[in-house]
Structure formats: C-alpha cells, structure tokens
Design a protein around this ligand. Structure first.
Ligand code: ZN
Length: 177
C-alpha cells in the first residue's frame, strides 16, 4: 500500500465512521449485483438506526473491490448535500476514472445524484428501489448509462415506510419541502 492510498483510506474513514470490517475500502467481494447492493443496504440500515433518511450507496470496481460506501446523512450531519451516492463518492476519494466503476444505491438516484453519475460517466448503476422514487433514472437511461434495477423488497419497504412516516424529512431530502 503506498502512502497516497493510505491517506485516502484514512480520509474515507473520517467521512464515514461506521465501517464494519467487511466494508473497509479495498475489500473485495463477489462481483455479484445482489452482494454489492447488500453493502449499500447495510449503510441504509445504519442510517435508519441513526434516525436518518435510509438511503445507502457504495462504489465498486468491476471485480468487486469496494472503493467507498456511504449513506444519506442530512439529519446526522445537518448536511443536505450528503446523499447515499454523494457520501459514497466522497468516501471513495480520488479515482483516475469512473467509466469502469459501478455505483450502487438503495434508491433510484435523485436528479442531483444523477447529475454526478452523468458527469463522471459511471459504467453502471445498480438500483435497489425505483418504486418509491424515480429521480433522474430516465435521463440516465437516455444518456446510455447502464441501469440495473434489482427491485429489492427490503429497499422498497425501507424507504417506502420512511416516506410515509416522515414526509417532511423526505421532502427536505429531495428539495421539495
Ligand atoms: Zn441524491
């Protein structure tokens, strides 16, 4: 491990203090979409337990190497810019390119996060739930970005229940307050 990688790992941990051992950046998991989504779901569960908006994200290389994971921390950090996708993006640190990376999110990326995905041209977006929000999915598809929608019952139930129980927080999170 060279010095620059080590410092970027430490920086990632500062952004996201709740890594479980199997979620440390650099960990390699099976390059299976469901296994990758599980890492994002774990982040959403942590967010829910913290009283936050339960949306998690993770960024992987194609071979299953985890580069970073994160979750919406609007409530926890008082930071409306910290969506699951953007938190994972920050946790992953600097990358030479994104065209060979996979971004995983428990909920269809909002238009804000879709802008990030579009700008950095991720290879693929794995989505857990596109029932409770569609965000910028159509725009991304129109741009030719590969979207894999896993329609995860857990993702659909978790954010659906949150939207029903905390409509004000949900609306704040997506700028519709
Ligand atoms: Zn977003």
């Amino acid at each position: 491990m060279d010095a620059s990688f080590e410092s970027s790992t430490l920086l990632s941990q500062a952004f996201c203090e709740c890594y479980t051992p199997e979620m440390i950046p650099g960990t390699k998991i099976a390059p299976d979409p469901h296994a990758m989504l599980e890492v994002a779901i774990e982040q959403a569960r942590i967010g829910l337990a913290e009283g936050g908006v339960p949306v998690g994200g993770a960024i992987f290389k194609l071979d299953g190497t985890l580069l970073g994971a994160g979750r919406n921390r609007l409530v926890q950090n008082g930071d409306p810019s910290m969506h699951g996708e953007t938190d994972a993006f920050r946790a992953a640190g600097r990358q030479p390119r994104y065209t060979d990376l996979i971004l995983v999110t428990t909920l269809a990326p909002c238009r804000y996060c879709s802008g990030l995905i579009s700008q950095f041209r991720f290879r693929q977006v794995i989505v857990g739930d596109s029932v409770n929000a569609q965000g910028g999915m159509e725009r991304l598809k129109a741009e030719g970005i590969d979207i894999l929608d896993l329609a995860s019952p857990e993702c659909i139930e978790m954010i659906g229940a949150f939207q029903r129980e905390h409509p004000d927080l949900w609306n704040e999170c997506v700028g519709e307050g």
